[in-house]
Ligand binder design. Structure first.
Ligand SMILES: [Zn+2]
Length: 108
């Protein structure tokens, strides 16, 4: 970074609120020697210079809200059905089938 004051048309890094990224910007307005407004070189959106700082992220709060909403939805839902009964013991069924087979043979 040079230590000369910024001038109109200089390219500086700043946070673009539209692109939501730190991108190259053209200096389009100066307040004394301080950059007042910049234009995003990606989307050409002109906005106040943010000193290259991204605004505090609210994503975490948003996701927390989303989570609580999910909790609310889950709380409003009926409890999950009881666990399905285990399948009959294959050996028992086999034995029963065997007895059925015996009965069938007896009838013959
Ligand atoms: Zn942009």
């Amino acid at each position: 970074m040079s230590d000369r004051p910024p001038r109109l048309g200089d390219v500086i890094d700043d946070y673009c609120p539209r692109c939501r990224l730190l991108l190259n910007h053209d200096v389009t307005s100066l307040f004394g020697t301080a950059v007042a407004k910049v234009t995003c070189r990606t989307c050409y959106n002109t906005h106040d210079y943010r000193n290259g700082q991204a605004p505090p992220k609210r994503a975490s709060k948003k996701s927390a809200e989303k989570k609580s909403l999910l909790d609310q939805v889950l709380a409003g839902m009926p409890p999950p059905p009881p666990a399905t009964p285990p399948p009959p013991d294959p050996t028992t069924r086999k034995r029963r089938d065997l007895w059925a087979e015996v009965e069938r043979l007896k009838k013959k």
